[in-house]
Structures are given as structure tokens and as C-alpha cells.
Design a protein around this ligand. Structure first.
Ligand code: XMP
Length: 526
């Protein structure tokens, strides 16, 4: 394992990401991590960039034990300053910030079997790199040599003469440094001798063993499933590990997609063999949503709170039944499909005084129900979860599903949520998604749906004047869901979808396409 110590750079998690792409297992921890508290010994340590200056009062510093670990070190940007600071403190506050492309001149030392030239081995003498920093080195720290320069930074890369310590001013982890992955490979594989054996099948075996040990011979686990990728993959992994001692619960809140509860039930129980209970609470949810018109946040609160109530009631029933059967223990665990980006969000270094926030809104559930949390996906990125899902035999359709918000179609009905409005939104959405799939565009689009506008427009259908509602189609492309662009469908496609919706969905006489990017729009309309 390569340990990444995070100083709060916006790119830190990408270091872990790139290493995993090289099949090298890597974990990120905040720079304040005490090494004596680690249960494993890293093969190498990378110190990330960060927004501070090492001279600043209260600037973060790593546990000095890092320098006694006797493993290779790579400092990136602030990490370089940190290594230099530790070795002689020759860091100059940058006069101007440097941001953007730069060209690196590599200096080779013909160190032979020595480590000095290893970092840039096999790379061109002139490398395009991405810079983003304030401070830079003014002198070489004691016992270091220069291994790379740019016109602006005389010490853009340095190496210790005796120990395998390196510092680089640029960011190898971003795609704007085209050969960055090779550089990280040189460090992790050649210098640290980390094994390239991080694969999904290995992960599955390890995780199943870990879950079995954690839960014990009789332990029981409960978890909510939604029909989305993450919860399904997590559920399938639990089923493989402990079979029917995992209890999946699907709460039908009345605002799921068309026939969703039925489809999820079919896939999870018949195809995946998961022990699933479907709770039809749609009337309860719709009853509470009645009359809520102009306040999207209220819709979210009602659905969120009611979900917790229904889930707890169901969990109690399952727990009582489990306690009554002789072969089972108590339910002690709650499954969550937390992914690594959420974990990173909660552990990444936010500054010397920032407290590390706990993630997720399951706190209440855990306390009320006296449950412990089990999160088998917490080390994985989304694409790794998809790979894992495929490995576990989950159907392709489900593995590649677009995300769907917890409050469901309720936040896609702009206005009061009534059974008839739900019907219209669902039917229109279903047609839109069917057509997207038929056109082979589903995977190219990150998220798509139909929303129902709370206005009526005039139309003419079959020689008759009609006064009906308007459907707004939304489809976006995005990598992180923080920013997004609307999808450029061709006119023929939109024509086909519009014709089908107006013809097939009673109550709709017009279809519009939302051409707002995010920002300023959000992906959902409420
Ligand atoms: P926005 O609308 O904020 O959406 O641009 C970004 C992503 O988050 C999803 N989303 C939600 N998911 N509960 C959820 O579970 C919510 O209240 C919620 N609001 C938005 C949205 O579908 C998109 O993928």
C-alpha cells in the first residue's frame, strides 16, 4: 500500500485514483495522521499539495515519524516544501503564483543503480507538466540535488542523494501532466516496489472474508436498497458473504420510477438471490406530500423523515422475527453503500483548525436503532463499484444505471405531488429513457429524466382544442455532477420523443427540452 498524506489540495484524491489505475493499492489519510496509530506499514508515502505556506503560522506538518519509516517519500507541491522544510527550511514564499502549463527540463545524474534518476526514468528530457503553486524553493535543502527545472522554477524537481526522497513542484496526478501516471508508476512500482496486484477479484475475496469476520457466525445485517448501483452492489456483496443473514429493505415511497419496485424486486430476489423485503408505503408518503406546492425542501424533508420512520418500523419487524428464530442472532449492523469520494470528503484535510466532519445522514438511524455501520464500498470509486457489480453478476442495465435522487419523482413534479401527477411524470420519463436506450445514447448521457411543469398550455389534438400540461426533458453529461452540460440530441430524436409523449401520455400536450447547463441550473429542477 502507498500512503497518501493529504494537505488539502483539490487534487489529492487523484493521486490515489492514478495509483489504483496502476493496480497499486493506495489509501489517503489527512496529513495530521499519527503514524503510530496505523495498523499497516506503507511501502511508500506521498505528501500531497495543499493551499498553505510552510512558513505560515499554524501551517500543517506531517508526523516527523514519516522520516523514520525508512520508506521512499514523494512530495508534490506543498509536499515538496514540507520535505525541504524538514531538511533545512529553504523555502521561499512565491512572489507570484504559478498556475498552468510549464515545460520541465530533466537533469539526469547517471546514478546507475542508485535511486536519483528513477523518478524520470523512461520519460522524455522535456516534459509538459501542470503547475499550481504559490511558494517555491529558493535553495536546495541539505543533501539534495536538482533533478528537474523549469524557466520559472530552478528546483522543480529534487532528490535526496542518499535516501529515496523526491520532491516535485508540479502535479503528476492531473491529466494536464500527460506523463504523470508514468512518473507515479516509477515512484510506486520501481522505487517503492509496491505490488501491482490490486484487482477486483482480489477485492471481492478480501472483502467477503472481512465481512464474515466482522459480523461473526450469527450476526445479522440490515440495509436499505434503492435499485441504484451502489446499494445493489453492496447488497450483493453482503449476500455472497452471509447469505440470508443480510436483510435488504426496499421502501416504495410512491415516487419511484415507473414499475420500479416490481423491477427491483424481480432483479434482486430472482437474479441475485438477495433476501429482500419490499414495503409499500406509497400511500403514506403521498398522503404526507398532499398540498405541498411551493417548497421543494419541504418535499425533501417529508420524504427523508418518513423514509427513516418506515425503515425503522420494518427493521424492528425483521429483528423481532430474527430473534424468534433459533438459528439467528440479533441485528447489529446497518449496511451503507458509502463510496470513497464520500469518505474523502469527510477525511480530507480542511485546515489546521477544521474538525473532521462525519459523513452521511444515517447518524440518527444508527443511534436510535443501536446499530453499527458496515460500509463495504468505502474504499471504491464509482467506476470500481461498476466493475465490482459486473464481477458479482449484476445485470449490465443496473450496473450502468443513471443516478436517481432519494426524493424521486417528487422533485421532478414542479408543484403538488398527486397520484395523477406522478402517473404523468412517470410515463413521460419512461418513454424518454426507452428512446434514449433505443438510440444507444444511455451510457453517453450521465443523467436523464422527464419533469412535469405546473402550467397548462393550449394545443390542438384530433381537431380539438386541448388545455394540458407541459413536460420538460432534461439530459446532462457530467463527470462529477458538480458541473454539467445539457446533451446535444439531434432534432429527429427529440421529434420522436415529443411525438410519443404527447400521443401516449394523457394530460400532456407539449414537450420542451431544458438547455440550461449547471451552473447556473442544477441537474434536478427542484
Ligand atoms: P443537483 O440537482 O443538485 O443534482 O444538480 C446533483 C445530483 O444529485 C442528485 N440529487 C439528489 N440526490 N437526494 C438525493 O439522493 C436529493 O435530495 C437530491 N437532489 C439532487 C441529482 O439527481 C444529481 O444526480
Amino acid at each position: 500500500t502507498i500512503l497518501v498524506l493529504d494537505f488539502g489540495s483539490q487534487y489529492s484524491h487523484l493521486i490515489t485514483r492514478r495509483l489504483r489505475e496502476l493496480n497499486v493499492y493506495s489509501e489517503m489519510l489527512p496529513c495530521t495522521q499519527k503514524l503510530s496509530e496505523l495498523s499497516w506499514k506503507p511501502k511508500g508515502v506521498i505528501l500531497s499539495g495543499g493551499p498553505y505556506s510552510v512558513y505560515e503560522k499554524g501551517a500543517p506538518h506531517v508526523d516527523p515519524a514519516v522520516f523514520d519509516l525508512n520508506v521512499p517519500l514523494l512530495g508534490i507541491c506543498y509536499g515538496l516544501q514540507e520535505i525541504a522544510w524538514h531538511h533545512g527550511k529553504n523555502v521561499l514564499a512565491g512572489e507570484k503564483r504559478e498556475y498552468g502549463h510549464a515545460y520541465l527540463d530533466i537533469q539526469r545524474h547517471n546514478s546507475g543503480a542508485g535511486h536519483i534518476d528513477e523518478l524520470f526514468k523512461g520519460l522524455e528530457d522535456n516534459l509538459e507538466v501542470w503547475m499550481s503553486h504559490g511558494d517555491k524553493l529558493s535553495h536546495l535543502p541539505d543533501s539534495f540535488v536538482t533533478i528537474a527545472t523549469t524557466s520559472n522554477a530552478p528546483f522543480a524537481g529534487i532528490a535526496h542523494t542518499e535516501k529515496p526522497y523526491y520532491g516535485i513542484q508540479f502535479h503528476p496526478e492531473v491529466t494536464h501532466t500527460p506523463r504523470g501516471t508514468q512518473l507515479l508508476k516509477n515512484f510506486a512500482v520501481n522505487v517503492c516496489r509496491a505490488e501491482q496486484n490490486w484487482t477486483m477479484s482480489k477485492f471481492v475475496d478480501q472483502e467477503i472474508t472481512r465481512i464474515r469476520k466482522l459480523v461473526g457466525e450469527k450476526g445479522q445485517v440490515i440495509g436499505a436498497v434503492s435499485g441504484g448501483v451502489d446499494s445493489t452492489v453492496a447488497a450483493k456483496l453482503m449476500q455472497e458473504a452471509i447469505g440470508d443473514r443480510f436483510h435488504a429493505v426496499l421502501v416504495d415511497n410512491g415516487v419511484l420510477r415507473l414499475n420500479e419496485a416490481q423491477i427491483v424486486k424481480e432483479t434482486l430476489t430472482k437474479h441475485l438471490g438477495i433476501n429482500l423485503t419490499v414495503v409499500d408505503a406509497s400511500e403514506r408518503f403521498l398522503g404526507l406530500l398532499k398540498g405541498v406546492k411551493d417548497d421543494p425542501e419541504r418535499k425533501r424533508k417529508i420524504i427523508g423523515n418518513t423514509f427513516i420512520e418506515v425503515f425503522q418500523e420494518e427493521a424492528k419487524k425483521i429483528a423481532d422475527a430474527a430473534a424468534g428464530s433459533s438459528k439467528a442472532g440479533e441485528i447489529e449492523w446497518l449496511l451503507q453503500g458509502t463510496l470513497y469520494p464520500d469518505v474523502i470528503e469527510s477525511i480530507s484535510f480542511k485546515g489546521p483548525s477544521a474538525t473532521i466532519k462525519t459523513h452521511h445522514n444515517v447518524g440518527g438511524l444508527l443511534e436510535n436503532m443501536h446499530l453499527k455501520l458496515i460500509e463495504p464500498l468505502r474504499e471504491l470509486f464509482k467506476d470500481e463499484v461498476r466493475e465490482l457489480g459486473t464481477q458479482l453478476g449484476i445485470p449490465e442495465d443496473l450496473v450502468w444505471r443513471h443516478p436517481f435522487p432519494g426524493p424521486g419523482i417528487a422533485i421532478r413534479i414542479l408543484g403538488e405531488v398527486t397520484p395523477d401527477q406522478v402517473r404523468i411524470a412517470r410515463e413521460a420519463d419512461n418513454i424518454f429513457i426507452e428512446e434514449i436506450k433505443a438510440a444507444g445514447l444511455y451510457r453517453d448521457i450521465s443523467q436523464a429524466f422527464a419533469a412535469l411543469l405546473p402550467v397548462k398550455a393550449v394545443g390542438v389534438m384530433g381537431d380539438k382544442r386541448v388545455h394540458d400540461q407541459v413536460i420538460a426533458l432534461r439530459a446532462v453529461q457530467t463527470t462529477d455532477f458538480m458541473t454539467a452540460d445539457w446533451y446535444p440530441f439531434d432534432g429527429q430524436f427529440l421529434k420522436r420523443v415529443s411525438r410519443r409523449i404527447v400521443n401516449e401520455v394523457k394530460g400532456v400536450c407539449r414537450v420542451v427540452y431544458d438547455i440550461t447547463s449547471k451552473p447556473p441550473g442544477t441537474i434536478e429542477m427542484e
